[in-house]
Design a binder for this molecule. Structure first.
Ligand SMILES: [Zn+2]
Ligand SMILES: [Zn+2]
Length: 379
């Protein structure tokens, strides 16, 4: 502990340095001593650790205050051996984003470029399907035809011709990446690139499979049976697991997504599992009451209208709505709004009767009015 250098000295800043100054100084020092630039250099590694430790303490206001007051003595106990923990190359440490440093080193994180060679999952496929309202209500079986990439049967997806072999790429030794060391103004820099020889696959095929051209997958057109469940609604998506494109090199199969559009119905509109419609009845029927027919998905259903039914009255038929797509035994209701059918043409006799009716109503209205006037005390 005694020979520990002052943290400010380590970072080359003075005691009044701002947080920005500290960060700037730290980044410079971290670059200078970064282990990637000094492979195997124990002194540089120790200095890098020292820089880290100094920054971890000074970048934390509380720790910095304690350090300013007590120095390293307090630090050893109080900071829990800051910077003592190992940091394996590119891992994060001391709360500092290592990517930040790598970006400035390598101009955009090439070092972290993922290997392309391994298994890759197949893509999902989308199929748009339009069905009728009736089909949505009762469910329907459909057969569709799709074209997708499938694992090549001739080479079982390896991409290599039968008898030939898939070899580990000699250039990158199967890693898919090559590491180069360059001399720059910052010193020696190690960078990783995708291997040109195998395009990052890590393997080389001497004789590509003729059926798939070495791709390991071929385009196939397939007929697929789809059971569309009763109750499906407009805008819903059915997922057929594993019916999408096959993966590369044994990667998982993608899904087939069926986007459902339901054509509107002439009579019914749907909200949730309930159905709504309008039923126009003759005026006389609304007044006198009687049997009417209400359309349902299963056909016309008889219903007895109460005497004096008003326009806008709603008749609810329980269980005559749409089935739930999740449970066919659960069904919504049907709501029929009653409207009055006003005839445009009447026969002479019908008109006579209606006038007679109107007169009778007029007398009733008059007597009503007289009664009302008497009640109000008028003359
Ligand atoms: Zn093949
Ligand atoms: Zn290679």
């Amino acid at each position: 502990m005694a020979d520990k250098r002052d943290y400010y000295e380590v970072l080359g800043v003075d005691k009044n340095a701002s947080a920005d100054d500290l960060k700037k100084a730290y980044r410079q020092m971290a670059k200078k001593y970064h282990p990637d630039l000094h492979p195997g250099d124990k002194t540089a590694e120790a200095q890098f650790k020292e820089v880290n430790e100094a920054y971890e303490v000074l970048s934390d206001d509380q720790k910095r205050a304690a350090y300013d007051r007590y120095g390293h003595d307090m630090g050893a106990g109080g900071f829990g051996g800051a910077g003592g923990a190992g940091f394996g190359g590119t891992g994060g440490f001391g709360g500092f984003d290592m990517g930040d440093i790598f970006d400035s080193f390598f101009g955009g994180g090439q070092s972290r470029q993922a290997r392309r060679g391994g298994p890759q999952p197949g893509s999902d496929l989308r199929y748009d399907m339009t069905i009728t309202f009736q089909e949505a209500a009762f469910g329907v079986k459909k057969q569709i035809s799709i074209t997708r990439l499938e694992t090549c049967e001739a080479c079982s997806g390896s991409g290599a011709k039968k008898g030939s072999q898939v070899k580990t790429c000699p250039t990158c030794h199967g890693t898919g990446q090559v590491r180069t060391v360059q001399n720059t103004i910052l010193g020696q820099m190690a960078t990783s690139r995708v291997c040109d020889a195998c395009r990052g696959e890590g393997t080389i095929i001497s004789q590509p499979c003729e059926a798939c051209g070495g791709q390991g997958r071929v385009r196939k057109t397939r007929k697929i049976d789809i059971n569309i469940p009763a109750g499906i609604d407009d805008g819903q998506i059915m997922t057929l697991r594993g019916q999408g494109e096959h993966g590369k090199k044994g990667g998982a199969k993608g899904d087939l997504l069926i986007y459902i559009t339901v054509r509107p119905h002439k009579l019914f509109t749907r909200q949730g599992n309930n159905l709504y419609c309008e039923v126009a009845v003759p005026y006389s029927k609304a007044v006198l009451g009687g049997e009417i027919e209400i359309p349902t998905l299963d056909g016309m259903q008889k219903h007895t209208l109460a005497e004096g039914t008003q326009p806008g009255a709603v008749v609810r038929l329980r269980g005559k709505g749409m089935p739930s797509v999740n449970n066919q035994n659960v069904k919504g209701d049907l709501f029929a709004t009653i409207s009055i059918n006003v005839p445009k043409r009447l026969s002479l006799r019908q008109k006579e009767l209606l006038r007679a009716y109107d007169e009778a109503m007029g007398e009733e209205r008059k007597s009503l009015w007289e009664r009302l006037r008497d009640t109000l005390g008028g003359k």
